[in-house]
Design a protein around this ligand. Sequence first.
Ligand code: E4P
Length: 236
Amino acid sequence: MEFFIDTAIVDEIKEINAWGVLSGVTTNPSLIVASGRDFREVIGEIAELVPGGAISAEVTALDAEGMIKEGKDVAAWHKQVVVKLPLTPAGLQACKALTAEGIRTNVTLCFSVSQALLAARAGATYISPFVGRVDDLSWDGIGLIRDIKEAYVLGDVQTKVLAASIRHPMHAVHAALAGADVATIPYKVFKQMISHPLTDKGIDGFMADWAKRAGASPATPPSEAGSNPQAEAAKK
Ligand code: E4P
């Protein structure tokens, strides 16, 4: 499963991208507003930060003609842009038209398998089922991912399942186990995913032992202490 980051905040993207795990970035109108940045400017900067990554930029028009026009404009900003469209009749129409022009699309606000099947027929590159918002309604967000993936595999559909509205690390784990092709993860959840108290404790223990080796100053970090003095002495 690939990882996208779900944010328009450049510092968050820089930090997680440095881990070497990102294949793209998703934004939506709420995330662009939260970034406090100009839409076009921030999308261009994000695309440069994640070379080759898929960068989702969402249209705000609600009619098909407006979505197609806006989609073409946004796609022209950068070759990595993927046009995000809502899962409405107008969104499907725009998806079909933009796909015919070779523009990649991410059909968003998906809450059912039937919607996902329609988006696939309209040529969507990605379908974004919202796991967390489904769970909020006491329904099964991960089950939705699993069912969409199963229907797509049975129908030999090429549209990629992009698990969105991920709220915690186990959403990411279960999305992978349910067959999601991609999960778009908020910055905070990436930080939760990498964190483990036994990793921290293990490093502390190794460093404490390393500081005890012959000739080492306890204050000297291993990276600055050079090679092991005992090994060096043995070579002589
Ligand atoms: C991503 O494409 C979606 O816009 C996002 O994951 C929605 O997440 P939320 O339900 O936490 O707002």
